[in-house]
Design a protein around this ligand. Structure first.
Ligand code: MN3
Length: 198
């Protein structure tokens, strides 16, 4: 398949004040675009060009660093953009029930995922993942993700938090805890619910 550079589903300023417009513009238009361009360069005119991104990631350990890092970077940022909106969305009844069954409450889930993001040394992502129908929190280094055959916890990510410094440094500098706290205000629970039910 041919890969297209994905649209950002809102304006750069849509997530203010949690995430400032300049950070969004640089993150989307430079960082994400670079992962996309490098991924296309690494896969075009190879047998991988006929696979879906998800299929490629499932075999990440065998494709080399350029495909793993840039394919991961492409997927991870699409999920990250589509994990956020400009406020005011709630989990579906089905997702709420699953969260309460697994974590006790939405607040407890948020605490666990915040901790996963804070304890991820260096750069990476924290995830809410479905593993055999069960919700789990995990994190991955660099641009790895739970779709990869080399991930410690493998499953389907339904919510992704970017904790690379490029996601927050302009506004929050080294204060990753402040960024994550503000990030929860823009999480698109309706989109997470749709992925949960899919
Ligand atoms: Mn990023």
């Amino acid at each position: 398949m041919a890969f297209d550079f994905p649209d950002l589903p809102y304006d750069f300023s849509a997530l203010e004040p949690s995430i400032d417009a300049q950070t969004m513009e640089i993150h989307y238009d430079r960082h994400h675009r670079t992962y996309f361009n490098n991924f296309v360069a690494a896969t075009q005119d190879t047998p991988l060009a006929d696979q879906s991104l998800e299929q490629i990631l499932a075999g990440a350990s065998g494709h080399g660093a350029a495909v793993r890092n840039n394919g991961g970077g492409l997927f991870n940022h699409i999920l990250y953009w589509n994990s956020m909106c400009d406020g005011g969305s709630a989990p579906s009844a089905a997702l709420s029930a699953a969260i309460e069954a697994e974590f006790g409450s939405k607040e407890a889930l948020q605490e666990q995922m915040t901790k996963a993001g804070l304890t991820r040394f260096g750069s990476g992502f924290a995830w809410l993942v479905l593993v055999d129908g069960k919700l789990t929190v995990t994190s991955t280094p660099n641009q790895d993700n739970p779709l990869m055959d080399c991930a410690e916890v493998q499953g389907t990510p339904i919510l992704g938090l970017d904790v690379w410094e490029h996601a927050y440094y302009l506004k929050y500098q080294n204060k990753r805890p402040d960024y994550i706290k503000a990030w929860w205000d823009v999480v698109d629970w309706a989109a997470v619910s749709a992925r949960f039910s899919a």
